[in-house]
Design a protein around this ligand. Structure first.
Ligand code: NAD
Length: 473
């Protein structure tokens, strides 16, 4: 495929191979953008921002609704694209496509309701003769950088709100999964988005990241990815808006009064969705000592029953990790944990990029699988005695995206929702729940700002005040 630069689909002699991680077969190649391409994209985006700002809301809404329809009509094509270039099974990929359609529809709706308020300037003496309002205006050029694990919907979460808000966007999709993003870009072009308002540069973040991120023509960086890249980008960005959707290490608390059958089902799905490559994936489960044995036995049996393998097979529950190298890393982390005293209850091995669903018990607090983001199909079970211990454990790490609690006790649920340090608390479901229109994001190293259509639009606009002084005639 070609990339979209300054209003034209272009190719470059150096190309990046896009491989199916299941069998390393070549799906396609994409251009590797050069530093000259970065400069051309930035110059074009400044012109694109003028065009985007001039588009009326109804036109932005029309385009976004049209893109949503294209994705819906081609959902089977998009689902296969996601399943082939990424880690998701075809069933998981279909869910991503339907979420993407909803994301785009919501962007179309929100494009019509970006508004400000009148300001009561007579709040304090001296303002009696003033009248005015504030409005939300586009930031200008948004740089969107996306990860591999949701190669379509996380791209829609950036392009949709940026365009709804009247901005120009430069998108740099994940190097390993650029194809879904390029197809979505094509849908925007086909829907009549003015040339220059959207450009998609394919290439490696390490090669073209810094000149994009540090350029002053970019007024907002909307980044989703790992903490390491997020920290690097933040240090290079200079004075501009920054939205960071980073990693986590999500805790779940299962109380003794919980519906254990449901808690197991929900947590197994939350731990192994997308082969655990999920920013809100379940990584640490703290189970009340009275129900620990039952939860553990049921959880292990369910994990061990998972069918892993070919992503395009309808019967497959879990596909491969994104690369064999990543699978190696996860298995090494598990091995290091067992050498330090952890016990593997099921899994622990890998074949190529396929890692077995892995469940650990007795994990030392110093192990990587405990204190870092694994971003793979492993989960740790811990027995806990009381509420204070559960909270201390759940809040003990420098991440805070989602946390979850299973209980029938309403008072306890409110208390823990208040005490858990994170961007979202799921009660009676695993951490792996996100509605695309809710405010989504983390605290501590999990991020800065919030996404979720309306909230992204807020981040991608500036507040501007207009104030009249009424003079006596
Ligand atoms: P990554 O950080 O390796 O890469 C993300 C993107 O950043 C890619 O497009 C990459 O090319 C680019 N990049 C890397 N270095 C860069 C640089 N110096 N300058 C500019 N761009 C650069 O992440 P990944 O492996 O693709 O995704 C996994 C990570 O993403 C996990 O940590 C996961 O938790 C996180 N994630 C977070 C959310 C969220 O909403 N909070 C959602 C999905 C994934």
């Amino acid at each position: 495929m070609e990339m979209l630069l300054a209003g034209a689909w272009v190719d470059r002699p150096e190309r990046i191979e896009v491989l199916d991680p299941f069998d390393n077969s070549l799906i396609d190649t994409v251009p590797s953008a050069t530093l000259a391409d970065v400069e051309a994209a930035l110059a074009a985006a400044v012109e694109g921002a003028k065009l985007a700002r001039a588009l009326p809301a109804f036109e932005r809404a029309r385009i976004l609704a049209a893109v949503g329809r294209v994705v819906e009509e081609r959902s089977d094509y998009f689902a296969h694209m996601i399943a082939r270039e990424g880690s998701k099974t075809i069933r998981e990929a279909r869910k991503e496509v339907s979420r993407c359609v909803n994301t785009l529809r919501s962007c179309a709706e929100e494009a019509r309701r970006i508004h400000g308020e009148t300001i009561p300037f007579d709040n304090f003496p001296g303002g009696e003769q003033r009248r005015g309002y504030f409005e939300r205006v586009p930031v200008g050029v948004v740089l969107a950088i996306t990860p591999f694990n949701d190669p379509l919907n996380l791209v829609a979460h950036k392009l949709g709100p940026a365009i709804a808000a009247g901005n120009a966007v430069i998108l740099k999709p994940a190097t390993v999964t650029p194809l879904s993003a390029l197809e979505l870009t094509r849908a925007f072009v086909d829907a009549g988005l003015p040339q220059l308002t959207l450009q998609t540069l394919t290439g490696r973040g390490s090669a073209i990241g810094d000149p994009l991120v540090s350029d002053e023509r970019v007024r907002m960086i909307s980044f989703t990815g790992g903490v390491e890249a997020g920290r690097h980008i933040t240090s290079r960005a200079g004075i501009k808006k920054i939205g960071m959707e980073l990693g986590s290490n999500s805790p779940v608390i299962v109380w003794q009064d919980a519906d254990i059958t449901w808690a197991v089902e929900s947590c197994v799905s939350g731990a192994f969705w997308a082969a655990g490559q999920n920013c809100i994936g379940v990584q640490r489960i703290y189970i009340h000592e009275e129900v620990f044995a039952k939860f553990r036995d049921d959880f292990v049996a369910r994990a061990a029953s998972y069918t892993i393998g070919d992503k395009l097979d309808e019967a497959t529950d879990m596909g491969p990790m994104i690369t064999e190298q990543e699978a190696d890393r996860v298995v090494q982390w598990v091995r290091a944990a067992t050498q330090a005293g952890a016990e593997v209850l099921t899994g622990g091995g890998h074949s190529g990029a396929l890692v077995q669903p892995t469940v650990l018990e007795g994990v030392p607090r110093s192990a990587q699988v405990h204190c870092q983001e694994v971003f793979g199909p492993t989960v740790n079970l811990y027995s806990i005695r009381d509420e204070d211990e559960a909270i201390a454990e759940a809040n003990s790490l420098p991440f805070g995206l989602h946390a979850a609690l299973f209980t029938q006790n309403v008072d306890m649920a409110f208390r823990l929702a208040n005490r858990l340090q994170c961007g979202g608390v799921m009660i009676n479901d695993s951490t792996d729940y996100r509605l695309d229109t809710m405010p989504f994001g983390g605290i501590k190293y999990s991020g800065l700002g919030r996404e979720g259509v309306r909230f992204s639009i807020e981040e991608m606009t500036e507040t501007k005040v207009v104030c009249w002084l009424l003079r006596e005639s």
